[in-house]
Write a protein that binds this ligand. Structure first.
Ligand code: PEP
Ligand code: MN
Length: 341
């Protein structure tokens, strides 16, 4: 249930609504937009609550929502959420488009630094790199751990680019958050609820990736865990899903981009690297994602993809990444001035 306060409602009226909710064992989650204030009601809702709230001073409307997620839902926020990343203040969401790029896994300082400089020169503004790698096989390279985080921090120092890196375990959240500007929660962990709870306790932005078999509702409910903890800086990511097709690693669900924008106010990024699994499909799917309205792209780039310790087949060379950026810019300028939605 969402309580929409009328224009010109007073702080006292807002507080009275929140007190009413608290008295009934519920929680009121306040969102102050430029035009209106809304209160999301969290907890088990009794049928009479709607009528009780509707007659309170300053209340304009009480909307029952059948969707099980609230804080992440489009109705909850007056506008698109804009997430601010790192000291550099990189903004994503609304009209702000961001490209995250870098290697799948941190392998060495030289590898990360050279990639950071190359992707920055091509127009990326956030550096990606995994230090804790979720690998399908336990015998694959599983990342450098804290040493990898230190390398990322060095690259941030050298380039000024904020960093994004994955956290896999609730007990690592504090450590990873100490280094990173964005916590990445991977597809395999989208429904790792203790991890989501832990990420919700931080105030570090979180990129939450859709799982192989997660529906949009599953994804938004997972985002809800983070937001219910008080961290509303959530970026969603479509990275392809499992289908019967085996030629590509996953099937890139372009539908998800505009569909989730209809359901949620959170920014949504496209990951055509994991979505396709093949480097030569990454740029075409990046173009499609931008045309579909994605708020950003996350792209794997490696100085020498043939020798990459993780996801080399889907990693772009520096040259191919620069070409992707040129093509993305062409799509963006073709759409300039076109009203979408
Ligand atoms: C990654 O970004 O390297 C990664 C492991 O992604 P996903 O969780 O989408 O598989
Ligand atoms: Mn990867």
């Amino acid at each position: 249930m969402i309580v929409v306060m009328g224009q010109g409602s007073t702080e006292g009226q807002v507080n009275a609504v929140i007190k009413h909710l608290t008295d009934r064992g519920l929680k009121g989650n306040l969102s102050k937009g430029v035009e209106r204030t809304v209160i999301g009601v969290i907890g088990p809702i009794a049928p009479e609550l709607q009528n009780e709230l509707e007659v309170m001073d300053g209340v304009s409307e009480v909307v029952r929502i059948s969707k099980p997620y609230k804080l992440s839902s489009r109705e909850f926020s007056a506008g698109d959420t804009v997430v601010t990343i790192g000291k550099a203040g990189v903004k994503i969401g609304g009209n702000n488009f961001v490209v995250f790029a870098g290697p799948c896994a941190v392998e060495s300082e030289e590898q990360v630094l050279s990639t950071a400089k190359a992707v920055q020169a091509a127009g990326a503004t956030v550096l990606r790199g995994g230090a804790f790698k979720p690998r399908t096989s336990p015998y694959s390279f599983r990342g450098m751990g804290e040493d990898g985080l230190k390398i990322l921090a060095t690259a941030r120092e050298a380039t000024g680019m904020p960093i994004i890196t994955e956290v896999m375990s609730p007990s690592d959240v504090e450590l990873v958050a100490k280094y990173t500007d964005v916590l990445q929660i991977g597809a395999r962990n989208m429904q790792n609820y203790p991890l989501l709870d832990e990420a919700g306790k931080t105030r570090t932005p979180v990129m939450l990736k859709r799982s192989f078999s997660g529906t949009y509702e599953d994804l938004l409910l997972a985002a809800e865990y983070i937001m219910a903890g008080g961290n509303n800086q959530v970026i969603l990511c479509e990275r392809g899903i499992r289908t019967f097709e085996t030629f590509t690693r996953n099937t890139m669900d372009i539908n998800a981009i505009p569909a989730i924008q209809r359901l949620s106010h959170l920014p949504i990024v496209s990951d055509p690297s994991h979505g396709t699994g093949k480097w030569y499909l990454v740029t075409p799917l990046a173009r499609a994602s931008v045309a579909a309205g994605a708020h950003g792209l996350i792209i794997e780039v490696h100085p020498n993809p043939d020798t990459a310790r993780s996801d080399g087949a889907q990693s772009l060379t520096f040259e191919n990444f620069a070409e992707l950026m040129r093509q993305v810019k062409a799509i963006q300028s073709a759409l300039q001035g076109v009203v979408i939605g």
